[in-house]
Design a protein around this ligand. Structure first.
Ligand SMILES: Cc1cc2nc3c(=O)[nH]c(=O)nc-3n(C[C@H](O)[C@H](O)[C@H](O)COP(=O)(O)OP(=O)(O)OC[C@H]3O[C@@H](n4cnc5c(N)ncnc54)[C@H](O)[C@@H]3O)c2cc1C
Length: 384
């Protein structure tokens, strides 16, 4: 079988689908290829936290390790992208729901960042005022104030900061909604496993799959942590690797749920599905999909330090997925050859970043540029 279109997108995760939607809306014929159903990988299993401000518990990049002790905010290099991406969600969530007819389960609940040291409290005080100036209501709270919000929350003498702004969506519904939006704009979604991509120069690209080949003017590799393999034949060594993330979903007893995202050693949040999500672990163990006892034990221990009883609630689900991780925890967008682009590297924040990244990629295709205008996500920062 063979097929031809303006653009072939490889990967129906959030990165690929949003690019596909943008391109289809702008009149391009687009085919999205994936070997698995929509939402099979990280885009369907992520926590769904859209947070422009605080560090993520599963971040693994080198930048994270350079931060001073107690630093609760995102590293400076990630702040601009985080805010632009968050604002894009705020602008688009109604449209995504309207066009797709899918409820992405926008879930506004305050975030309580717990402090475990004086350094964290000092950083918290500094950032609470910065965040408030940015329009995100943030207030330092004492241990007593935390106990009065919910006496089950375990706090140290250093208290915490209560922030309004970060919120949650359901990742699986979100990625399905993006698929529906892309289809509504005319994109075709097909099941095919891509084995290689051939750039024929003036003639565009041929994408080889187990279902035959697909001809197009442009191919976009948006295959999450598998993008590295697809880019290799072009002589590009993408610094993207799989960071394994495990999440527990706990079933709280009837009436014992809670209404704020508690953030300490990881996230503890009662989502709209009624379950309490404990997220997430991070490990470099390739593409091993096995849920581990080690991660389960660690996540329950983290949960216990934030709300003791939660660690005894039954585990309703234990999931595994892979972050497309980069050394600086920022996405990678650029050309690997004349007609082949790559868009990956969302790491632990790809759900929030995908709208901003997708718009950049759409502009590159339309304008024929090899690099995104937003240099912070450009592949050239790694000398590629
Ligand atoms: C535990 C965990 C929690 C997270 N929580 C959050 C969060 O709260 N907030 C947030 O913003 N982000 C979060 N993330 C990050 C986010 O999930 C990812 O960054 C994002 O989903 C990556 O999207 P993607 O489209 O690049 O890749 P993926 O979702 O991995 O999609 C890639 C697709 O490419 C397909 N594919 C790969 N190779 C081929 C091939 N050869 N042929 C055909 N198809 C192929 C795969 O089947 C897959 O569907 C989390 C990640 C993890 C692991």
């Amino acid at each position: 079988m063979s097929s031809s279109s303006d653009v072939v997108v490889i990967g129906s995760g959030v990165f690929g689908l949003f690019v596909a939607w943008e391109l289809a809306k702008n009149g391009r014929s687009v085919v999205v290829l994936d070997r698995a159903p929509v939402g099979t990988e990280a885009s369907g299993w992520a926590l769904g936290r859209l947070d422009p401000l605080l560090r993520g518990s599963g971040s693994t990049g080198e930048t994270e390790q350079d931060l001073p002790a107690g630093h609760i905010a995102k590293p400076e290099a990630q702040q601009e992208l985080a805010l632009l991406s968050y604002n894009a969600h705020r602008e688009m969530s109604d449209e995504i729901e309207d066009v797709s007819g899918i409820d992405i389960q926008v879930d506004e609940q305050p975030t309580l960042q717990l402090f475990y040291s004086q350094e964290e409290r000092d950083f918290g005080a500094e950032y609470a005022s910065i965040w408030s100036e940015m329009g995100f209501k943030s207030e330092l709270v004492s241990a007593d104030q935390i106990r009065s919000m919910d006496q089950r929350i375990l706090t140290t003498e250093f208290g915490g900061v209560l922030v309004q702004g970060p919120y949650f969506i359901d990742s699986l519904n979100f990625v399905k909604a993006l698929a529906a939006c892309a289809k509504a704009a005319g994109a075709r979604l097909e099941t095919a496993s891509v084995s290689s991509i051939e750039d024929t120069g003036g003639g565009g690209v041929i994408v080889h799959t187990d279902q035959g080949h697909y001809d197009a003017n442009t191919a976009i590799i948006a295959a999450g942590p598998w993008s590295t393999e697809l880019a290799k034949p072009f002589g590009v060594d993408l610094p993207v690797h799989p960071s394994k993330g495990e999440i527990l979903r706990l079933q709280p007893p009837e009436g014992e749920g809670f209404g704020m995202h508690v953030h300490g050693p990881c996230s503890l949040v009662n989502k709209k599905d009624g379950l309490v999500w404990v997220a997430a672990s991070a490990a470099d163990s390739g593409f091993d999909r096995t849920p581990t006892d080690g991660a389960e034990k660690q996540l329950l221990e983290y949960a216990r330090t934030m709300m003791a009883e939660s660690a005894n609630w039954p585990i309703a689900q234990h999931t595994v997925c892979f972050r497309p991780a980069t050394p600086d925890d920022l996405p990678i967008v650029g050309s690997v050859s004349d007609n082949v682009l790559v868009a990956t590297g969302g790491g632990g924040s790809g759900i929030v970043q995908c709208l901003f990244v997708g718009r950049q990629v759409e502009k590159m295709v339309t304008a024929g540029e090899s690099e995104p205008a937003a240099t912070m996500i450009s592949m050239s920062r790694f000398g590629q």
